[in-house]
Design a protein around this ligand. Sequence first.
Ligand code: PGA
Length: 239
Amino acid sequence: MRRKLAAGNWKMNGLRADMAQVAALNVPAGVDVLICPPATLIAALAGGSVRIGGQDCHAKSSGAHTGDLSAAMLRDAGADYVILGHSERRADHFETDADVAAKTQSAWAAGLVAVVCLGESLAQREAGETLSVVARQLAASVPDGATAAQLVVAYEPIWAIGTGLVPSLAQIEEVHSALRRDLVARFGDEGAGIRLLYGGSVKPSNAAEIFAVADVDGALVGGASLKAADFNAIISALE
Ligand code: PGA
């Protein structure tokens, strides 16, 4: 059985005053709750019942890379997870699938769970390329040797992020079942245990129907993870 995961991605939002939103989250027995705050808040938030993660890491463990953080640093600050390959990183920082794979290796070496993100653009969706795009991203962004304990995959259609637009439930199911097939084909039993999150405009009003889709093991939530009341409603839809 795959444990449900409610993951919040705060992006570049969150000051110390906002730590109260994490303290106010419910963590039901059957659900893993994860917040990925800005790195400035990781050490202060770590150690409670809400898991804490980074939003990116460098592929190397140390060195002359001004402004970057290594996976070992995130781990040292108390993070258990790191989001890698988010579409905003791919777009703003030109991260490639190979970069994401290298970062995933370094996350694993540091003892972090990697939440690897992938998803098609609107143009790719309209061109009928969604399944081939996500298959290619999965193959190239996830290194060999992935295990259920070390990897979470988040399907985040770029056009659904922060837009209020959500794919149909049939479209989500189509992608998640294709990703599951590929994970099982490549990683066997481990692939069957790797959690698949849906992300993109998940909110209290649509969470339950999305979580009822086969092979959706939780969500990666941006905007609606910033306020405890909204994220708690999403968490309870997973129970
Ligand atoms: P959103 O962002 O929930 O605000 O659409 C999701 C994400 O980018 O992870």
